[in-house]
Ligand binder design. Structure first.
Ligand code: NAI
Ligand code: MG
Length: 493
């Protein structure tokens, strides 16, 4: 670079701009995929009675990774029969023995962490650094944590014992496939239940690979059964008469339908649905930290996060400087191949989800909000979306009300804490919120007035197996994690 051009380049461009390009840093470990996966029922691989298979596509490039068995009602029934047959022995095992299986599962997952991270990234599109550093270690942490509870269930509620429910049906989404599997399986098994679980149709692979960990761990056949397929298979899981409880994570529309279907059935139900969280920045906050929190809040996992901080509420006095810093920061986010270790924003999970995001972004523009997208070159193949920020957003805009589930932030401003609370709570959802301020008293005020299951203070998207997670209002009910999460899989006797 000549001395002349150096003098013309602002310092931040030198640090963050396009002048310095990273070399590719591809992850090369093998995900050890099979061409075709059948169902996992009664400890064995069984072909679907439907004889049908569907492709699992990598959103990274649109290529088919594997064929996945499509379970029909008869397959779901076989899975429930096997779980029911396994229940008496599993539930009567001493808790310490069940705990040993869970410890073994956690350790085996740690042993194969890299392989699972690669499979998760290929099938779902999330950056390898996230599946490697977040999804897989957190999934293992949930098994370790619940292994510790298995022999201490009499200590959860003083004076009460916990008894398992029986066979539970579980349906999980595609945004954190392995982690949601761990959130659901670990407490169910620790309490002595047996399980029929259905992963999401775009991300079945890590679930099916996980079956091999259960086999290696010597888990008795039938304790965990995996049925794969789309909504129809999910409905068969929900409506099976042997299910004592249904645990669902996914869209609010499907969650409402499940609640209607189960009304009067006596089945226990927990729903973890959508969100439209406010991330609230006060003028006395540490701004650079808050900017990192905003970025993490909305761009983590391409924004496919139910608790994503998708509505930024920033105090008017600092709005322009926060936005300026945010736009500069956005230019340094690397959008592209999720298998590259330097990628910050990977591929959108499916074409269907890409189209939903794009439709909402176009609506935002049509409704009069102002769109900023950081300049970037998106890969030619695969489903990618540039990091997007909307300003001039009003509360009535669809982009301020609906869950976009993509890398799109809507920015609103406020003047007083009261106005921030009113705007934050002006949503049918109530899953999470973030508060950034130097004042402890303001944190306490906000966290007691915000109608959200989780309120993060001066941080965002922090998770821990010991901490209960769940929502209010249309974000669902029931908690996952911690003691509260155990109680969702047990009866007190
Ligand atoms: P979805 O709710 O259809 O999918 C979630 C799971 O439910 C999948 O395993 C699916 O096969 C299953 N399912 C679908 N229909 C079912 C039925 N009738 N009975 C039982 N199970 C059924 O979500 P989708 O269509 O993939 O995503 C649409 C929107 O939902 C996203 O854009 C996002 O806004 C939201 N969503 C929220 C999630 C969360 O973590 N809260 C996760 C996934 C999606
Ligand atoms: Mg896929």
């Amino acid at each position: 670079m000549s001395a002349k051009s150096r003098t013309r380049t602002p310092a931040r461009e030198l640090l963050f701009g396009n002048l310095w390009e990273y070399d590719p840093a591809p992850e090369t470990a093998s995900p050890h995929l099979q061409d075709r996966y059948t169902l996992f029922v009664n400890g064995k691989w069984v072909a679907p009675k439907t004889k049908k298979f569907f492709p699992s596509i990598s959103p990274r490039n649109g290529e088919i990774l594997a064929e996945i068995g499509q379970a029909g009602a008869a397959d779901v029934d076989a899975a429930y029969q096997s779980a029911a047959a396994a229940f008496p022995a599993w539930s009567k095992l001493p808790g310490a023995e069940r705990g040993k299986y869970l410890y073994r599962i956690a350790r085996l997952l740690q042993d194969r962490a890299r392989e699972f991270a690669v499979a998760e990234t290929l099938d779902g599109g999330k950056p390898i650094k996230e599946s490697r550093d977040f999804d897989v270690p957190m999934a293992a942490a949930h098994f370790f944590y619940h292994a510790g509870w298995a022999d201490k269930l009499d200590c959860v509620m003083p004076g009460k014992k916990l008894a398992p429910l029986g066979v539970v049906g579980q349906i999980i989404p595609w945004n954190f496939p392995l982690l949601m599997l761990a959130w659901k399986l670990a407490p169910a098994l620790a309490c002595g239940n047996t399980v029929v679980l259905k992963p999401a149709e775009t991300t079945s692979i890590t679930c099916l690979k996980f079956a091999t960990i259960l086999q290696e761990a010597g888990l008795p056949p039938g304790v965990v059964n995996f049925v794969t397929g789309a909504g129809e298979t999910g409905a068969a899981v929900v409506n099976h008469p042997l299910a004592k409880k249904i645990a669902f994570t996914g869209s609010t529309a499907v969650g409402k339908g499940i609640q209607r279907a189960l009304a009067g059935s006596g089945k226990k139900l927990t729903l973890e649905l959508g969100g439209k969280a406010a991330n609230i920045i006060f003028e006395d906050a540490a701004i650079d930290q808050a900017v990192e929190g905003i970025v993490n809040g909305i761009f983590f996992n391409q924004g496919h996060v139910c608790c994503a901080g998708s509505r930024l509420l920033v105090q008017e006095s600092i709005a322009s400087s926060v936005l300026q810093k945010l736009k500069i920061r956005l230019r340094s986010l690397r959008v592209g191949d999720p298998m590259d270790k330097n990628t910050d924003i990977g591929a959108i999970n499916s074409l269907k989800q890409w189209e939903k995001i794009d439709e909402l972004v176009k609506t935002g523009v049509a409704e009069g909000a102002e769109l900023y997208q950081a300049p970037c070159v998106l890969p030619q193949r695969g489903y990618y979306y540039a990091a997007s920020i909307f300003t001039n957003v009003s509360l009535s805009h669809r982009i301020a009300q609906e869950e976009i589930f993509g890398p799109v932030l809507s920015v609103l401003t406020f003047r007083t804490p009261e106005e921030a609370v009113e705007k934050a709570n002006n949503t049918p959802f109530g899953l999470s919120a973030g508060v950034w301020t130097d004042k402890g008293s303001l944190i306490l005020k906000m966290s007691s007035e915000l109608k959200a299951g989780v309120v993060w203070a001066n941080t965002y998207n922090k998770f821990d197996p010991t901490s209960p997670f769940g929502g209010y209002k249309e974000s669902g009910f029931g908690r996952e994690g911690g003691k509260q999460g155990l109680l969702e899989y047990a009866e007190m006797v």
